[in-house]
Design a protein around this ligand. Structure first.
Ligand code: HEC
Length: 106
């Protein structure tokens, strides 16, 4: 019985520490990196081509990406889904995401 209690105490101690270490790891991922993972659902894992009409984003030139995103956000460039998606980000967030995506290997 005593053994079971101390084993349980150990498990509880580990369970209490685990979320802390997870939080520390998440802190190392930038907001831009986190936002970019939402793009990969449509544009292909890691921004590499998913095939079809949706272009890959890895290594996409930063300045062109920012311009495209702002044009799609404002409606200057008509889109099917990207306009709605781009509206979800501030201009600063768009710049940060573009900067991050440009660093990925195509
Ligand atoms: C729901 C699916 C979906 C998601 C999520 C998505 N995209 Fe797109 N993206 C598209 C589609 C489809 C197009 C083609 C334009 C259109 O019809 O909307 C496109 C086009 C683009 C283009 C224009 C590329 C070119 O060369 O013409 C850029 C840049 C882009 N997306 C960036 C992003 C970024 C950055 C994110 C994440 C913040 C993102 N997309 C998330 C579906 C998506």
């Amino acid at each position: 019985m005593q053994k079971t209690v101390s084993r349980l105490a150990k498990i509880l101690a580990i369970a209490a520490i685990a979320p802390l270490s997870l939080t520390a790891q998440a802190g190392e991922i930038s907001n831009a990196e986190l936002s970019a993972t939402t793009c990969f659902q449509c544009h292909g894992a890691e921004g590499k081509a998913a095939g079809g009409a949706i272009p890959p984003l890895a290594g996409y030139p930063e300045a062109i990406m920012v311009q495209q995103m702002l044009d799609m956000k404002s409606g200057k460039r008509p889109t099917t889904v990207m306009g709605r998606h781009a509206k979800g980000y501030s201009d600063d967030e768009i710049r940060a995401i573009a900067k991050y995506l440009a660093t990925l290997k195509p």
